[in-house]
Design a protein around this ligand. Sequence first.
Ligand code: G1P
Length: 288
Amino acid sequence: MPIRKAVLPVAGFGTRVLPATKVVPKEMLPVVDRPAIQYVVDEALAAGIEHIVFVTGRNKGAIEDYFDHSYELEEALKAKNKTAILEDVEKARLPAGAASFVRQQSAQGLGHAIWCARDIVGSEPFAVLLPDVLVKAAPSCLAQMVSAYDQVGGNIVAVDAVPEDRVSSYGVIAPKSRDGRLIEMSGMVEKPAQADAPSNLKITGRYILQPEIFDLLEDQDPGAGGEIQLTDSMARLMESQSFHAYEYEGQDYDCGSKIGYFDAVLAYALANDEIGEEAKALVRAAAS
Ligand code: G1P
């Protein structure tokens, strides 16, 4: 069955970049000329996703408005013949009926957020993209995973190697064997102490999951940080279903932290057709 739906959990407070996120959702912070979340939605669409399920919360209305039709703005741009800008604004709109919004009413963890999408996803395999994480890759990270899924099916998580002193910030997999970029696993653990980590391969925030994950999330006990962890339910799902890790080709940026966000802005500015060359000159001047 093709992967048609993607769940994007966007209910988090953005504590690590306060006070910037006091009134602006962290997902709406700009990376060059578009909000971070647009890169993630574009990644999903580039992988063939047809419907985006946003798991949202209070004070996140700007996200819903952003992907809607902005009648006054579009008419004003049309009247002034600002065709290029108009095209960009139109591209940010999701097609009619292609987005759903469901609220996570209390912050109980990533696993709980994904579980909130169960009725909209229904009984088909789906993708999860964490919008804190931007992955700069061609083809897009999720598109690479969908190609792998077409070969092996089941469940897939994106992984990438990190320095060993960083593993306790992530979900980490226990690899068993490898076939190119596809890795068989014997387990996974959320935010292990460095000494207990089964490897330095961290889960990057891109997932392809079978709908049975929802039954496991429903009765999942709280884990790391006292939260209902997606990783814990995935570790249980692995006992009954095929589950691979996929070491994607690309670079990820954690926009939920100050330095990760800066790193993303820098990387996307340097790669931008319009401002890339000037940005390079500015970086050189600032470093000298
Ligand atoms: C979440 C996941 C974790 C994953 C990480 C990727 O953690 O629980 O397994 O490695 O995203 O960014 P969080 O960053 O929400 O604490």
